[in-house]
Design a protein around this ligand. Structure first.
Ligand SMILES: [Mg+2]
Length: 397
């Protein structure tokens, strides 16, 4: 049996728990309208006004003028997330976190010790409530897809079990938008075929699906039957490492953008080095003032954790983006994915000597920052361009 445990309005609930004066008020965790931030999480009180995550704060004050804005405390949430994970680990080591506030658990091997899937789900839900004073919704099902759909059905404090022999009964009435991979566009296509529910989707012959959806047809055909063979993969290695920042004022100058890109890349490199991880694919993200967001990525021939190497790739990508478009930039981000722990294959485009010197610079900079904090070392070119920035959380975090 698979469990999907999803904290309800996580960041907002933590703030309400820690500051009871906020209870009953529409609380918005995220950037302020003055700083052009976005909503990271909204309390249920705020959701009644239509506030949801990723909404610009400026819109929040129009639809909910009495909203109380709270600055996010990411480190605090991460610490609580760890407490939640520790509760999971009492029941199984097969825990696959999807984000700070949700995870899949495979409890198949734990049932002799702790009872069946639903019994374990109940124990976890009540441990989170008792020990952490927080509310979680739980889905219990034979696979990941069904468990995730189930946990979302009865929020907050939901508890939905999908028994092995009740999959069709469970899925039939649900809207097709519940199917993983069905966004607004695909939902529209389905509706044009007269398909609104998953039960109706199951009635469609595979040939029709193939005609309309091409390669995705099998995916939809399987999910409509509640078939999903994805395993719960306990990942202690993150799938990607990234940093991004939102500027108080749009940034125009190429020099300043490059300086920021270097700063962000260095933070990413530092995290890789601290965890002994190497990355192969570099991605940059650029968001303009109208919220249009583009990403560009590049895969290195060899994995690396050296700031200089990552930075050269990121710099190339930024220059490509700037050639296409010179508009002011609101947000800039860098990420590294395709991660491994394999150091052997690390070679660089430089000669061995240059590489050693780049590694020494990284090691020295990391050491100073470990001792004196993050602001102690700023690479020369990012120092030249002091740019005010705000650490807005990413929408949906
Ligand atoms: Mg959640």
């Amino acid at each position: 049996m698979i469990l999907h445990v999803d904290m309800d309005a996580f960041y907002a609930s933590v703030e309400l728990r820690d500051n009871p004066a906020l209870i009953g008020k529409p609380v918005v965790v995220g950037g302020t309208p003055q700083g052009r931030g976005v909503v990271a999480a909204a309390s249920y009180e705020a959701r009644k006004f239509g506030v949801h995550s990723a909404m610009p704060a400026s819109r929040v004050i129009r639809i909910c003028p009495q909203a109380v804005f709270v600055r996010p405390r990411m480190e605090h949430y991460a610490a609580i997330s760890k407490q939640i994970r520790d509760i999971f680990f009492r029941f199984t080591t097969l825990v696959e976190p999807l984000s700070l506030d949700e995870a899949f658990l495979d409890v198949s091997g734990s049932e002799r010790l702790f009872g069946d899937g639903p019994a374990i789900g109940r124990q976890i839900q009540s441990a989170i409530a008792k020990e952490l004073k927080l509310v979680a919704s739980v889905g219990v099902a034979p696979n990941k897809f069904l468990a995730k759909v189930a946990s979302d059905l009865d929020k907050p404090n939901g508890f939905v079990v999908v028994p092995e022999d009740g999959i069709d009964v469970f899925l039939n009435p649900l809207e097709i938008s519940r199917v993983w991979g069905v966004g607004p566009q695909t939902a529209k296509k389905f509706r044009s075929l007269g398909v609104e529910s998953i039960g109706q989707l199951r009635e469609l012959p595979l040939e029709t699906l193939r005609f309309v959806f091409g390669v995705n047809c099998e995916h939809f055909w399987r999910l409509a039957r509640g078939l999903d063979t994805r395993q719960v993969i306990p990942d202690r290695i993150a799938k990607s490492v990234s940093h991004e920042t939102t500027f108080r004022n749009d940034l125009q100058e190429d020099d300043a953008l490059e300086a920021w890109l270097l700063e962000l890349t260095d933070q990413v490199g530092r995290r890789l080095r601290r965890h002994g991880i190497f990355g192969k694919t570099i991605q940059i993200k650029v968001r303009y003032s109208d919220f249009q967001t583009i990403t560009r990525s590049k895969t290195l021939s060899n994995s690396s954790q050296t700031t200089q190497v990552l930075w050269e790739a990121a710099g190339d990508l930024l220059r490509m983006v700037r050639q296409e478009n010179q508009r002011g930039v609101r947000l800039l981000g860098v990420g590294v994915s395709n991660l491994s722990r394999d150091a052997k294959i690390q070679q660089t485009l430089f000669g061995q000597k240059e590489k050693q010197s780049a590694d020494r610079i990284d090691a020295a900079a990391d050491l100073i920052r470990d001792r004196f904090g993050n602001s102690a070392v700023k690479r020369a070119s990012s120092l030249k361009h002091r740019v005010k920035h705000r650490g807005d959380p990413r929408p949906g975090d």
